[in-house]
Design a protein around this ligand. Structure first.
Ligand code: NDP
Length: 399
């Protein structure tokens, strides 16, 4: 018996429900709960298995606890927004349910990305005998596993890590985000931080640019260094890392729009008074932008996300690149969504599978790389995200 409750019925929630539903022997019952019941029902009606749908406000712990006690799932898969992480963790503790998410907690009032709030739950989850798995999406998620897999099988010590997230897809809009616009814009406009010789160095957002040629003719892209949450846990769990950086590709049009929107205050996260009503500019902007879950039919091209790791094996230095390439239209054909939601939803399903099958049940709060990567990596190949590993001894982003 492994009943799961998925919380959040957005772009990622849609993919998670579909991938979970494809494995009836693993996930015997599915409940989909989110703020807007109609969105849950729209997802459920495309699935040829019974899915129970429920409206819930995940900001309200008592409401969530009552739902969890009524439904008694083994695990909650949290694919709502990062703002809900702590209330869902509190509810899971109270109801005795394992927990998993794809993004670290972020307070609504400040765009502050760190694991401290969730790591503080370590003792509570350990005492309750419950597992909390943090960040089982693609990045974080698969990227943590790629690093762990390389460190386990190919290196004695790892020294440099570059996580490179390229979206070579095009949706045809001058400006749209591939996942929740509010979360996306908060992330890319935050100051950049990268790990260098034992500390995080802060630089201005988007101030460091490089060019990267993806394998398999995906293309050559401008990538920009930015902060991403897996840098915090990976540098903690791999203390031999001397440098760790995260890079993401952005097109000219996206950057131009973001600059103008930022300059006029439209990306602000503090409420302003507008004709007697309080509005938060970034939330208003979200209402104007295309819903990421509708981009599937019009997005063409491929994503290419991977980790370049340099380290030592048997006294010899080498550099390896472990990557995954996914075609947007292939995702659309399979689950009706673009590749960003797909590449997040599949690792979420696999992380959930690892927990419900008992492989990763370990009381406490864990980042992905604290788990053994082998079964997870094998499942990526089986469930839609096959990966590749190449040697890359001429790798250099420093020019
Ligand atoms: P969406 O905005 O499309 O979906 C979020 C869903 O959560 C919506 O259904 C929304 O409901 C629901 N929700 C929001 N607040 C509440 C609440 N208080 N109670 C109940 N439900 C609520 O986001 P995405 O699907 O694009 O992203 C989902 C998560 O995945 C985010 O945390 C995002 O950061 C993460 N992510 C992780 C990635 C990774 O690789 N690790 C990559 C991409 C995303 P409503 O529809 O009513 O607003």
């Amino acid at each position: 018996m492994s009943k799961v409750m998925i919380i959040g019925a957005g772009g990622v929630g849609n993919v998670v429900v579909q991938k979970v539903a494809q494995l009836p022997d693993v996930f015997t019952e599915i409940v989909l709960a989110s703020r807007t019941l109609a969105k849950c029902d729209a997802i459920a009606q495309n699935i040829d298995r019974p899915i129970k749908t429920v409206a819930v406000d995940a900001d309200k712990v008592p409401e969530l606890v009552a739902l969890l006690l009524r439904e008694k799932p083994l695990l909650v898969i949290n694919v709502a927004l990062p703002y809900q992480d702590l209330t869902i963790m509190d509810a899971c503790l109270e109801a005795g349910v394992h927990y998993m998410d794809t993004a670290n907690y972020e307070p609504l009032e400040t765009a502050k990305f760190e694991y401290s709030w969730q790591w503080a739950y370590q003792e509570k989850f350990a005492k309750a005998g419950l597992t909390a798995l943090l960040g089982s999406g693609f990045d974080p998620g698969a990227t943590n596993m790629f690093t762990a897999y390389l460190a386990k099988h190919y290196f004695d010590e790892i020294h440099e890590l570059d996580i490179i997230d390229v979206n070579g897809g095009d949706h045809g809009y001058p400006f749209a985000t591939n996942f929740n616009p509010e979360i996306n814009i908060r992330e890319v406009t935050a100051p950049c931080r990268h790990w260098q010789d034992g500390e995080f160095i802060t630089t201005e957002a988007m101030s460091r640019k490089a060019s990267f040629t993806c394998p398999e003719e995906v293309g050559t892209f401008n990538i920009y260094r930015m902060y991403h949450e897996e840098l915090e846990s990976l540098t903690q769990h791999y203390p031999t890392l001397r440098r760790a950086q995260f890079w993401m590709s952005f097109g000219e049009s996206y950057l131009k729009h973001l600059e103008v929107l930022g300059n006029v205050g439209m990306t602000g996260i503090e409420a302003i008074d507008f004709q007697g009503t309080k509005i938060v500019p970034i939330q208003f902007l979200k209402a104007l932008l295309p819903d990421p879950s509708t981009l599937g039919p019009r997005t063409h091209g491929r994503t290419c996300i991977g980790c370049v790791v340099t380290g030592i094996k048997d006294g010899v230095e080498k550099t390896l690149y472990l990557y995954q390439i996914k075609d947007h239209q292939d995702c659309y054909k399979e689950v009706g969504s673009q590749a960003i939601s797909y590449t997040t939803g599949v690792p979420a399903m696999i992380g959930a599978k690892m927990i419900v099958q008992g492989h990763w049940q370990k009381p406490g709060v864990w980042n992905m790389e604290q788990m053994d990567p082998d079964l997870f990596m094998a499942d990526l190949n089986l469930y839609g995200l096959p990966w590749h590993l190449v040697e890359m001894n001429d790798f250099n982003l420093d020019h």
